[in-house]
Write a protein that binds this ligand. Structure first.
Ligand code: XMP
Length: 509
């Protein structure tokens, strides 16, 4: 185990993730964690993170000096570097100019932290304060033209510190440095795997829940599925999963979720499927404005969920499939609202529960997928592409109706089938069919038609904040278009959206 002590930096979970990539288990804790607790956890190493403060500011986060006497190796990063210097008697100064971005750093190759690292290596810097004089007993092991001490160490006490950020991708050999710390300094074996996470989490959940009752809103998406299965494995029938079918899911999706989680499925849990399609269609009838539609779907979802929860009565725990990027995003929240991104499955107000369990809070999406595979969740669920909470409600431009849902479901199913057949499904970030609100004139079998146009979208993206149009071969698009107009009643035209994000968004509404 490596403990990451959080001093308020932006990249704290990224550090933890990098350590886990070395197959070493890692947890992030606040810098205020008590020494006694640290000792009890017997970590093989501790990492101090960066942080926004200056060590001299009165309210700046500092830990107790005794941490250096525990005999546990420590690596300080950025602010963590300055805290170590400050606490051990070095001096930290504010530089006239900040050092920010990719910087060439010259490292001392004799330092174990830099073994196998190039003598001159590109690192990511982001600091204004710098260490002017390192504490007694420390040696400077790296510098840049403007930063005299870019790294220092006290080999005997196994204390190391770097001014730059080895955890970010821009530090080209950062992973090597972190693995040197983890393997060579802390002597970790690197035998932790996702199965250990699964095993530990299940046993922690069991301890926490005891004989309590647990309620989970299952959407069929990766995160809530993995969270539900972890709970099911831990506490079995003490868990009740409520799956609200709002009638805006992809074709057959409701049945697929039921097949996996329901009574004939793979897990021994209480599964309640609420078929609320008609209710949602009724509330959405005639509503055209996208944000209003999102709001209605979100509110109605919560209402349905609450009604089910009331039937179940008081529970002890409510499960949320929150993953780490959700934690960061909700922390920022300063940017303009483009779309309200109302996540169906958001926290209901009136469910009677005592505590929330978020078993995936520390994981990134790909880690959640690995955990899902470990838990034996079928691949088609684990690798499901992102699907918005409001579902097809925001892929039908304008008012929603049962007929339009049927059209977009059928068209989308054909599109997905052909994309998979062409072997393209794994390389695309997101791809789907949407129903435009446009009807146009066509001719089919010598008859005039006046039907809807379906739009196809395919994008590649790594973070869903920006996206590029993916190039789908014309032959594939041709097959999809012809199948859609032939097989889906009510459609006589198929369009391909070749706009990136920005200026468009990924979804249509
Ligand atoms: P946009 O359309 O904003 O989509 O470019 C970016 C990503 O977010 C998903 N998305 C949503 N997810 N509730 C969700 O849970 C929403 O209201 C919502 N709107 C968009 C979208 O599918 C894409 O992955």
């Amino acid at each position: 185990l490596i403990i990451v002590l959080d001093f308020g930096g932006q990249y704290n979970q990224l550090i933890a993730r990098r350590v886990r990539e070395c197959n070493v288990y890692c947890e992030v804790h606040p810098y205020t964690m008590e020494l006694q607790k640290i000792k009890e956890m017997k970590p093989k190493g501790i990492i101090f993170t960066g942080g926004p403060n200056s060590v001299y500011a009165e309210e700046s986060p500092r830990c107790s000096k005794e941490i250096f006497e525990l005999g546990i190796p420590i690596l300080g990063i950025c602010y963590g570097f300055q805290v170590i210097s400050y606490l051990l008697g070095g001096s930290v100064k504010t530089a006239p100019v900040s050092e920010y971005g990719k910087t060439e750093v010259e490292v001392d190759k004799n330092s174990v932290l830099f073994s196998d690292v190039s003598h001159k290596t590109i690192c990511w810097m982001s600091h204004t304060d710098y260490v002017e004089k390192v504490p007694a007993g420390f040696q400077i092991t790296a510098h840049t033209p403007v930063c005299p001490a870019a790294a220092m160490e006290n080999e005997e006490k196994r204390l190391y510190a770097v001014q730059f950020h080895p955890e970010v991708m821009h530090t080209q050999e950062g992973m090597k440095m972190l693995s040197n710390f983890v393997y060579k300094v802390c002597c970790c074996k690197g035998d932790w795997r996702m199965d250990s996470f699964v095993e530990t989490t299940i046993s922690q959940i069991r301890d926490k829940v005891g004989t309590g009752k647990v309620l989970c809103a299952l959407s069929g998406g990766v995160d809530s599925s993995v969270a539900a299965v972890l709970l099911a494995k831990a506490v079995g029938r003490q868990l009740t999963c409520v799956f609200v079918d709002h009638g805006l899911l992809r074709k057959n999706e409701g049945d697929e979720v039921e097949a996996v989680f329901g009574p004939q499925g793979l897990y021994n849990l209480n599964f309640i499927r609420v078929n609320a399609q008609e209710r949602f269609y009724a509330r959405l009838a005639g509503v055209e404005e996208p944000e209003r539609k999102r709001k209605i779907i979100g509110e109605e979802f919560i209402r349905v969920f609450e009604e089910e929860a009331k039937k179940i009565g008081a529970v002890d725990f409510l499960v949320q499939g929150t993953i780490y990027p959700d934690v960061i995003e909700s922390g920022l929240g300063k940017s303009a609202v483009i779309k309200s991104h109302h996540n169906v499955g958001g926290l209901p107000d009136y469910v009677d529960f005592k505590e929330i369990i978020e078993p995936l809070r520390l994981l990134f999406k790909d880690e959640v997928r690995r955990a899902g595979l470990e838990l034996g969740i079928p691949e088609h669920l684990v690798y499901r592409q992102p699907f918005p909470g409001p579902g097809l409600g925001i892929r039908i431009i304008g008012a929603v109706s049962a007929q339009k849902v049927r059209i977009v479901q059928d068209a989308d199913a054909i599109y997905r089938e052909e994309i998979a057949k062409a072997g393209l499904d794994k390389e695309l970030g997101q791809y789907f069919a949407a129903l435009t609100n446009m009807r146009s004139v066509g001719v089919m079998g010598d008859e005039r038609t006046y039907d809807y146009a379906v739009a196809l979208r395919a994008v590649s993206t790594s973070d869903f904040m920006t996206a590029e149009t993916a190039q789908i071969p014309w032959e594939v698009l041709g097959v999809v278009a012809s199948r859609i107009v032939n097989e889906v009643k009510g459609v006589n035209r198929v369009l391909f959206d070749c706009t990136g994000k920005p200026p468009a968004t990924i979804e249509f509404e």
